[in-house]
Design a protein around this ligand. Sequence first.
Ligand code: KG4
Ligand code: ZN
Length: 352
Amino acid sequence: MLLLALETSCDETSAAVVRDGTVLANVVSSQFQLHAEYGGVVPELATREHLRNLLPVTHAALREAGVTPSQVEAFAATRGPGLPNALMTGFTAAQAMAFASRRPFLGIHHHEAHLYSPWIAGHPPRADFAAFEPNVSLIVSGGHTMLVHVRGAFDHIVLGSTLDDAAGECFDKTAKLIGLPYPGGPQMDRLAAEGNPRAFDFPRPLLREENDDFSFAGLKTSVLYFLRKNPGLTDDGQRIRDLCASVQAAIIETLVTKTMRAARRLGVRCVTASGGVTCNRALRRDLLAACERAGLSLRLAEQSLCTDNAAMIGIVAERKLLGSAAGTDLDAEIEPGWGLEDADGRQLAAKP
Ligand code: KG4
Ligand code: ZN
């Protein structure tokens, strides 16, 4: 099936073309430079930028895939969760294209797409669902941090999530306190590589608690107080690198420990991770080391598929449409606050 997918839930405008489980094109236009000036995503600006970018990005994806619009057999778009107006741009555009060409349309849950993105691999990227095995999955993005038990393909339950800030948000907010540009995650990653992670001791929130929830707001506050107590520290390049390494270590130890504990408790043989923070090199390295020690296999989303992209939307949409999924109505609305379990993975399940 030749499918065109759009993703506009936050600050990336993306269009992808997939066919029979292979990503033929995945074009992403990131708006981070636009929002950097404001230190975070400004929803109104994001919406306008999506409207400006949607057609060029869609044309670029079709061109790269070597297909014409009339060849597209189905359309998909992110339905939620995300910024309401941003979601509306891609969702409505895909509905309009489906209406005009009388082809099926499917709205996709953004986190469901992240959840299965570790199974897309290779050049060109291909869905490797034949290798699928039940797993515990860590989704870590700018807006969400959650642990999910994936019992079968499109059969998953949320184990826990963040009670306040997401891991990516914690990276971004602490980076801002240190004076680093937005988005802070990649900057922290770069500086932390040359710092001492044991230089300063920051709290590992909820680490000892026997649940699968996270909380990162306290860590951010302790960095704020730390900087107030040590006002000259940000003038010293090496101390900044040590601080970045120490904050990153606190975030990563929490993520890795809780993921491994859930995997052990549920008896799965596989761990997966996805979402923007999965780009973090120390997280990738530490998760790998922990899985090797525990004798578990690890599937990390490829770097280009960690941050928001339409390829993961397209792969999940095609899988569902080829299975038993009914299309989404052409007058259906976006779901900005959609819960992962409400996405009804089981009823719409394609055969693994
Ligand atoms: O998944 P994503 O593109 O957008 C959301 O759906 O939120 O994730 C963006 C988040 C940002 O918070 C960004 O700082 C973080 O991912 N991020 C990183 C790295 N690259 C991106 N955090 C830590 N280390 C990185 N290398
Ligand atoms: Zn995302």
